[in-house]
Design a protein around this ligand. Structure first.
Ligand SMILES: Nc1nc2c(ncn2[C@@H]2O[C@H](COP(=O)(O)OP(=O)(O)OP(=O)(O)O)[C@@H](O)[C@H]2O)c(=O)[nH]1
Ligand SMILES: [Mg+2]
Length: 307
C-alpha cells in the first residue's frame, strides 16, 4: 500500500471567528449535539471540539447512516453507548432520527449535568414531561459537511438553515426554537488549523468534509481506491469491471477511465477524472453502503467476507 505523506491543511478564514463564537456558545450551552459521519465516526470527531466542549454532555449523532454499512453503524452505536453519561443515535435518509428517544436523552443528560442548564418550572409537554423540565441551548457541532444544518432543519420542522453538498456552507451560528424549553444552535463546521493526523484528514477528504482546494483529487482517490481494494473488491468489480490482476489505485483508475470513457486527447486515461468518479460514486453510495472506520472490537471487512 502506498505511503500517503501529503500535508493536508484547510482552514478557511471564517473558521477563526467561528471558533471564538463557538467557544462562547459552548460555555453557555446546556448540551452539545455532535454530528459525526457514520462512515468515519472517529475521524469525523474533531479533537478540538472534544476539547472545547469539555464536560458538556453530548448526544452523538451518527449521520448519513444511509451511506454506511448498517452492521458497522450498529457496532459504533454499541461502542458509544458504553461512553458513560453520553448518548448516541443514528440518523440518515432511510432512518430518520428517533425524536422521542432524542428528547429522552436530552432531558436525562441535561438533568444530570452541572452548569449551563437552568432548571425551570415543570411543564406539561409530552416528550419532556416528568420531573422538572430543563432548558438551555443545544449546540449542534461537528466538522464540515456532516449534516449539522440538515439536522437543525429536521428538528425545527422547516428549512431555516442553508445546506449543500460542499464543506463550509454555514458561516455563522443560527438558532431555532425546539420545544418550549430548548433552542437549537447550528454552527459552522470546524476543523483544526493543522490536520496533524493525516489518516483522519484523508478519511475526512474521502467523505467530502475538506475543501477540494486543499488536496489533489487523485491523492484522495488513490487513498480510497487502496481501501476499497483491501476490503471491497467486489464493489469495484461490479461497477468498473476490475479483474484479479488489478491491485493498485492506478489500475482501478485505468478501469474506471475505460468504463466511463474518461480519456485525454490522444487517448490516455484521464486519471484525475477517474479519481473524481470514484469519489463521487463512493460518496453517494453507488458502490454500496461502505464504512471506512470500525470500532476496536470489530474486524474490518476483507475480500473474503460478503460485501
Ligand atoms: N445521504 C445523506 N445525505 C445527507 C444526510 N444529511 C445531510 N445530507 C447531505 O449532506 C450535505 C451536507 O449537509 P449540511 O447540512 O449542509 O452539512 P453541514 O454539516 O451543515 O455542513 P457545513 O455547514 O458546511 O459545515 C447536503 O447535501 C445534505 O443534503 C443524510 O442523512 N444522508
Ligand atoms: Mg451547515
Amino acid at each position: 500500500m502506498r505511503d500517503f505523506t501529503v500535508a493536508i491543511s484547510w482552514y478557511p478564514g471564517h473558521m477563526h471567528k467561528a471558533r471564538k463564537e463557538l467557544g462562547a456558545l459552548l460555555r453557555g450551552a446546556g448540551l452539545a449535539m455532535e454530528v459525526l459521519d457514520a462512515r468515519i465516526p472517529e475521524a469525523s470527531s474533531n479533537p478540538l471540539l472534544r476539547h472545547m466542549r469539555a464536560e458538556l454532555p453530548v448526544v452523538r449523532i451518527l449521520n448519513k447512516c444511509d451511506l454506511a454499512d448498517p452492521e458497522t453503524t450498529n457496532a459504533w452505536l454499541s461502542h458509544y453507548a458504553a461512553d458513560g453519561g453520553n448518548a448516541c443515535l443514528a440518523s440518515g435518509r432511510d432512518t430518520p432520527l428517533d425524536s422521542t428517544r432524542l428528547n429522552g436523552h436530552i432531558r436525562r443528560l441535561a438533568e444530570n449535568a452541572r452548569g449551563g442548564v437552568q432548571v425551570i418550572a415543570r411543564r406539561g409537554n409530552s416528550d419532556f414531561s416528568g420531573s422538572p423540565a430543563v432548558s438551555g441551548k443545544i449546540a449542534i457541532i461537528g466538522i464540515p459537511n456532516v449534516g449539522k444544518s440538515s439536522l437543525l432543519n429536521l428538528l425545527a420542522g422547516r428549512k431555516l438553515a442553508r445546506t449543500g453538498n460542499t464543506p463550509a456552507i454555514t458561516r455563522r451560528q443560527q438558532t431555532a426554537a425546539y420545544h418550549p424549553d430548548w433552542t437549537l444552535v447550528d454552527t459552522p463546521g470546524m476543523l483544526r488549523p493543522r490536520l496533524e493526523d493525516q489518516r483522519a484528514a484523508l478519511l475526512m477528504a474521502s467523505v467530502g468534509s475538506i475543501g477540494a482546494a486543499a488536496i489533489d483529487t487523485s491523492e484522495i482517490g488513490a487513498f480510497l481506491a487502496d481501501r476499497l481494494l483491501a476490503g471491497h473488491r467486489h464493489a469495484l468489480e461490479q461497477r468498473y469491471g476490475i479483474t484479479a490482476a488489478d491491485n493498485t489505485a492506478e489500475a482501478v483508475f485505468d478501469r474506471i477511465a475505460h468504463a466511463r470513457g474518461a480519456r485525454r486527447k490522444g487517448g490516455a486515461a484521464d486519471l484525475e477524472r477517474a479519481a473524481s468518479i470514484l469519489l463521487q460514486d463512493f460518496r453517494s453510495a453507488r458502490l454500496g453502503r461502505i464504512s471506512l472506520e470500525f470500532p476496536p472490537d470489530m474486524h474490518p471487512p476483507t475480500n473474503h467476507h460478503k460485501q
